[in-house]
Design a protein around this ligand. Sequence first.
Ligand SMILES: [Mg+2]
Length: 403
Amino acid sequence: MHCDADAFYVGCELARRPELRDKPVVVAGKLGSCILAKSYDLKRAGVKTAMPTWEVKKKHPEITILEADFQYYSEVSAQMFSVLGKWTPDIEVYSIDEAFMDMKGFRKLYKMSYPKIAYAIKEEVKNHLGLTVSIGVSVNKTLAKMAAEVNKPDGVTSVSWRDIPSWLQKFKIEDVPGIGRNTTPMLNKLGVHTCADFTNLTFDTVKRILHKPGLQLWKELQGEKVFRVEKTFAPNKMITRTSSFTPLTDHQGFLWSHTLRQLERAIEAMNDSHQMTREVTLYIRDKEFKRYHNTFRLPNSTRSFQVLVEVLKKLWKKHFPKGVLIRSTGIILTHLSQNTGSQLNLFEDPGLIIRKDQLEESKQGIKDRYGNLSIRSASSLRLKNLGPDRKKAIRAKTFNVDW
Ligand SMILES: [Mg+2]
């Protein structure tokens, strides 16, 4: 499979600003520069990537222009890959928003056809991150990547071995990923314009006119598996969990409950990947999109809820902006290491550290058995069943900052 996020930067922005959905949006570099990404309707309306911002403003005054926030995009990207990584260990991160996934044999495990698996993955990314992706399913990397491209946005395209020859007929030779700008005119001169023209050449002809990479592509287009999925999925470099709030709120107790829920989810992710953290960041974004980022470095790596909650309390008390409407909050765990058991340190009772570890293990055992939400802190429990009128529900429920 090849999974490719649709208009990724714009998708990330819409995920955290749902009020902009269905409105024309572009993401640009710093003011005065050019367009980096645009939504699909704008693509159709003729707005082009790399167009200067002033030109877009003049031609389309109704468009919202957002300044790129690459740190946020890379956080979303890491989250997307961690969702994909749950479906297969053989995943190759290809760019900030694309990955190849080797799913061979997993039909049995998931009891679904490959296209159904692709739909399930697409749904999971949408539910977790509010992003749409397109997925191509085929017998090798080249065909999967081409398939992901044809049904954007939000599409799944599956090309079975049998369908390859007829499916390739509609592609021009320059649509094949890996056919370079210089190769296209050369092939055109030899009468090769479509993919089918190319695959109809004999092995010997291709060998004569192209180098090894060209020959490899020719084989892949015949349905052979030449390129392997190179497992580049390093264990997560950071774990991020965020929430955004509509309507915006300054309700401290409610926001704190969300921070606790984020912590619980981040610990679940650490447990899944057998990691511990040494650095915790609390970030908050207010109504005016002002960001508050505050980081705390721990003396030792940990995955204990109690330890991390104390750190977050400290950061919260010191840095939380009072009386300001909040748009989103999140926590970021960095300095991750493989879980090798807690380091004992001189200042803490070793018995206590061991007991905290045991508690964490028991909680994980319960979650493994009954599902991730089966055990959670009392504070975040109140986020359950808020119902459709969240504003009223938040007021009615007692959200206390309970420290
Ligand atoms: Mg993309």
